[in-house]
Design a protein. Structure first.
Length: 537
């Protein structure tokens, strides 16, 4: 059975790499930096763009650069981007823009290790990616919404999380707008009585999914500093007081994660009221929250914690391939729970985990599958209770498996190794093994690469003659996977004392005995909520 489970794991890993070989220009090119110059207007949704791409070539003799870019006529009617011309160091280059790809042909082959810059001039009305609409107060807004691979609808990029780059946005817009983006602000210049240029830049490499701009009428304030990191709030003027109050929570969240995980990666953290299809979007150093997250009651604390946690996991330590998205969403979900535990106590953590467990079990009945699967055509399908809540539970069970010290030691080691880089689930497993000194192959194999969870038929009886409590466990889940895990058993005695035992389940059937001076009043499995499982009736 173990061999069968390992084979499934290998097939999934191989498959996940194959799926995205066609979506990434192999490893011939590494994009180092993007400079996005954009002109946006009130009278039209058309944008004008000038993107300079700096690329390094990892193979000799490369003759073209391939970027993701949705063109006009790519089945989006009058929407899409039209490339006017492409230049490199003063020379005009030939190109082909078709079926969502922009192929740039070089006049001379690129050498091994050579760096080249290319400037792409284009215009068009984006069908997605940059959302141009009115906010709830009927004010015009422009908000990037790139996740998962929708930057290509308005920017020519390598639209894959494994190719990180530094970037800068230079936006010229009507001067009644404020512009917020990744990184630090370089410049604000009023060009004339109507237009303003705003320049933001980040010197930390980030994936395209979190490269964004937000353009709207904002009220903004500095919440404070977490260490030397400025934390700010950007909200609609109509929501100024409520928004500043709500988003003020973000500084404490940054403080907690910086202390427990490791240093924050970026130059600042802006918390921004926005138009987004999601409840929140964790854009690097410029988090977009749904406009209705502002209530004045701080009811979005968990949402804020989730998106801030992504600054560490998902943005800085990023999944290398989409099938490993639990390294982003599962981590953000669990670290939200850890933040709430730290602030409100263990009861809040248990409450959160039990709610998450119900979501996992309910979804498993409808669609039993593993956390790591082949990527669907629609990547939004990966946003499910397996990536989020079950991923969180994997981390919680790992915490119990390793103990507090080794768990946090492993988390910190993983972040240190993959900060501002990319990782797979195997990389995370290796970090946790190195930190704890334990082999975790079985743990990760069963929880990540196989569907389901333990379903336990549990019984016990008291042996009066031998003064022993006999406990029997049987796994009855409808899969061919027999899980291995520790489980706690709480035994309540007549005198009010509660005895706590931990047993290792390692087969389909397991039996244990515990010395017991008298008949117990009650026996409870998993009293402290450490295991994702079901108990038969």
């Amino acid at each position: 059975m173990r061999k069968k489970m390992l084979l499934v794991s290998l097939l999934i890993c191989i498959g996940s790499s194959y799926v995205y070989a066609q979506d990434k220009f192999q490893d011939k090119v590494d994009i180092l930096h993007y400079q996005f110059k954009l002109n946006i207007y009130d009278a039209t949704n058309l944008i004008e763009g000038e993107t300079t791409v700096k690329a390094k070539f990892n193979e000799p003799g490369v003759l073209k650069l391939v970027l993701d870019f949705i063109g006009k006529g790519d089945d989006y009617g009058n929407y899409g981007m039209e490339v006017d011309s492409i230049t490199s160091y003063g020379s005009t280059l030939d190109f082909l823009h078709k079926k969502g790809r922009l192929l740039i042909y070089f006049n001379t082959p690129a050498g091994l290790g050579e760096e080249k810059e290319f400037t792409i001039y284009y215009k068009g009305v984006p069908s997605d990616g940059l959302i141009i609409s009115d906010n709830k107060y009927r004010s015009r807004t422009f908000f990037a919404d790139n996740w998962p691979n929708r930057a290509r609808y308005w920017l020519p990029v390598e639209d894959h999380p494994s190719d990180k780059a530094t970037c800068e946005f230079i936006v010229t817009a009507p001067n009644h707008y404020q512009v917020v983006s990744n990184g630090y602000q370089v410049e604000i210049t009023d060009i004339d009585n109507h237009l303003r240029l705003t320049h933001w830049r980040t010197d930390v490499a980030i994936p395209t999914k979190v490269m964004v701009i937000g353009v709207a009428r904002f009220s903004q304030t500095l919440i404070g500093y977490s260490g030397n990191i400025p934390v700010s709030a950007w909200v609609y003027p109509q929501d100024r007081d409520k928004g500043f109050y709500d988003y003020e929570l973000a500084k404490d969240v940054v403080d907690y994660f910086s202390k427990s995980i490791g240093p924050y990666s970026y130059e600042k953290l802006a918390n921004i009221q926005s138009k987004t299809r999601y409840g929140g979007m964790e854009n690097a150093s410029a988090i977009f929250y749904n406009e209705n997250s502002v209530t004045g009651t701080r009811s979005s604390e968990a949402l804020i914690a989730h998106e801030v946690a992504h600054q560490w996991f998902g943005n800085s330590a990023s999944e290398k391939e989409w099938p490993h998205i639990w390294l982003s969403e599962g981590f953000a979900t669990y670290f939200t729970a850890l933040y709430l535990e730290d602030k409100y106590g263990r009861k809040k953590l248990v409450e959160t985990l039990k709610s998450d467990k119900e979501k996992v079990l309910s979804y498993n009945y409808r669609k039993p599958e593993a956390i790591i699967v082949y990527s669907p055509a629609d990547l939004n399908q990966l946003l499910n209770p397996y990536s989020y809540q079950k991923g969180a539970w994997v981390l919680h069970m790992l915490r119990f498996e390793l103990g507090e010290t080794n768990f946090w030691k492993g988390i910190q080691l993983y972040y240190e190794r993959y900060k501002n880089s990319n990782a797979t689930s195997i990389d995370f497993q290796k970090a946790m093994e190195d930190a704890s000194g334990k082999q975790l192959g079985v743990f990760f194999e069963q929880w990540l690469y196989n569907p389901g969870h333990p379903v336990i038929d549990f019984s016990y009886k008291y042996n009066e003659r031998d003064k022993k409590l006999e406990l029997k466990f049987k796994q009855v889940q409808k899969t061919d996977v027999v899980f291995e895990f520790p489980i706690q058993v709480a035994v309540k005695m007549e005198n009010g004392e509660t005895k706590l035992y931990t047993y290792r389940i390692d087969g389909e059937k397991n039996s244990f005995e515990a010395d017991m001076p008298s008949v117990p009043v009650n026996v409870v499995l998993d009293p402290d909520t450490w295991l994702l499982y079901e108990l038969t009736d």
